[in-house]
Ligand binder design. Structure first.
Ligand code: SAM
Length: 429
């Protein structure tokens, strides 16, 4: 199953989360028990996070590479190596499963012996075969690494890539009393009052879920709403709102929220989330390119669609499903949507633009171009460290918010790691 899904992700560019969707995902997964599904997920996480290393190891083990039209041989090998090197699975179990799988696949069958030989050799010569691989850089496709090198320099680009090797912690945004919830759940405060937990297991089982006291949201993703200031009684538009992490923050802070999203399915999830949290918002299913509010808002939050390269720790498939071209296309949509927000906010009102991307085309460059295009209509309003939990290292010289996955998420602590995020704030003149 893992080999099959790996193929779907890498060659057919299907998102990993989509493959695990109960209704529309990989049909084989439905028949699996919960712990087996978790195992498939863990194998895929390891295979994707370490894909570059595994490819180098395979090059070293295969004298002449893998011939074409060998069915799933390559995916079978990737999945087996992920189990042998990065998961707590005994070699003999991973090898015999891989050999059995190759034997059961019509086109892979002739290579059953090769699969066996290659994997056994890895078992025997593990240290030699895995020596001198720069894991910090080889697990990122070149176009992405080059983008981070240009934007952040060699040292930070390497730290970003290293951060992607490990899974993200579980951050919660609570309706109120973060300190009290942190104590109750054994967590720590990060960001601007998020509660970080290190526990594993289903979130539904954590105290306060049933009562709608909190929702899952990365500490970085929770920061943009803080840039809108005091939200009590404020008419706020949450644009590109689903599944509603920021909608919930806006509503919990006392705003009168209109949440707009193009996807009816994702808006349904938003509505379910708001029901659990006991929060009331107005929802509109619309492409923002056809949207026209009855009257302008006091505050507009645009969490634009983006390449999402800031969320690779949670979505290790992203580097292998996205391409530079996707970022280019998305950045055109972002500037179109950003331009439209100017007409939807009252004079004196605030526009916050944000994306969960590491790419400057979707962040810094986008904000700078907007400020220039709309110089007579909007003014950049620099963000202060005090607005984002005192985390001064997240504020750029220009006054943008720039979070990286290698950043400290708490002041003066070793709480490393947060989603990559960008935000800029503008005031309508
Ligand atoms: C980054 S996600 C939003 C996450 C959300 N703000 C949150 O905090 O939970 C981007 C959203 O933009 C929506 N979207 C993409 N293109 C759109 C468009 N042209 N008009 C409206 N919504 C759009 C997608 O359906 C998706 O839900």
């Amino acid at each position: 199953m893992a080999a099959d899904i790996l193929g779907n992700v890498v060659y057919k560019k299907r998102p990993l989360d989509g493959e695990f969707d109960a209704a529309s995902g990989h049909s084989g997964l439905r028949a699996l028990a919960g712990n087996d599904r978790s195992l498939v997920r863990a194998i895929l996480g390891a295979a994707l996070r370490h894909r570059g290393e595994i490819s180098i190891i395979l090059d070293r083990l295969l004298d002449r590479g893998i011939p074409e039209k060998t069915g799933r041989v390559l995916d079978i090998l990737h999945v087996a190596i992920a189990q042998m090197l990065y998961l707590d699975i005994p070699d003999r179990a991973a090898v015999s499963l891989a050999v059995e799988h190759a034997g059961a696949d019509r086109r892979a069958r002739p290579y059953k012996g090769l699969v066996n030989g290659v994997l056994r050799r890895l078992g025997r010569e593990r240290e030699d075969v895995t020596a001198d691989i720069d894991a910090d850089t080889v697990n990122t496709p070149d176009w992405l690494m080059e983008s981070w090198l240009a934007a952040y320099g060699a040292e930070t680009a390497r730290e970003i890539a290293r951060a992607h090797q490990t899974e993200a912690a579980l951050d919660l945004t609570v309706k109120s009393d973060p300190q009290g919830w942190a104590e109750r759940l054994g967590g720590q405060i990060v960001g601007a009052g998020s509660v970080r937990l290190t526990r594993k297991g289903p979130v539904e089982a954590i105290e306060g879920f049933e009562d709608g006291e909190w929702w899952v949201q990365d500490a970085a993703a929770a920061l943009p709403v803080h840039l809108l200031g005091d939200l009590r009684g404020v008419k706020a538009a949450d644009l590109c709102a689903a599944p509603g992490g920021k909608t919930a923050q806006l509503a919990a802070a006392g705003a009168e929220v209109t949440a707009v999203d193009i996807s009816k399915g994702r808006l349904k999830r938003l509505t379910e989330n708001m029901a659990r949290l006991g929060l009331t918002v107005r929802t509109i299913a619309s492409d923002l390119r056809n949207f026209a509010p009855d009257e302008p808002f006091d505050a507009v939050l645009l969490d634009a669609p983006c390449g999402a390269t800031g969320t690779i720790r949670r979505h290790p498939d992203l580097p292998w499903t996205k391409q530079a071209y996707d970022i280019e296309k998305l950045s055109e949509i972002q500037s179109d949507l950003l331009d439209r927000t100017v007409g939807w906010v009252k004079p004196g009102g605030v526009i916050v633009y944000c994306t969960c991307s590491l790419e400057p085309e979707e962040g810094e460059a986008q904000a700078a171009a907007f400020a220039e295009r709309r110089a007579g209509q909007v003014r950049l309003e620099p963000i202060e460290a005090s607005e984002v939990g005192g985390l001064g290292h997240l504020i750029t010289e220009t006054g943008y918010l720039r979070c990286l996955p290698c950043h400290e998420a708490g002041a003066g602590t070793d709480l490393k790691g947060m989603d990559g995020f960008f935000a800029a704030r503008f005031r309508r003149l």
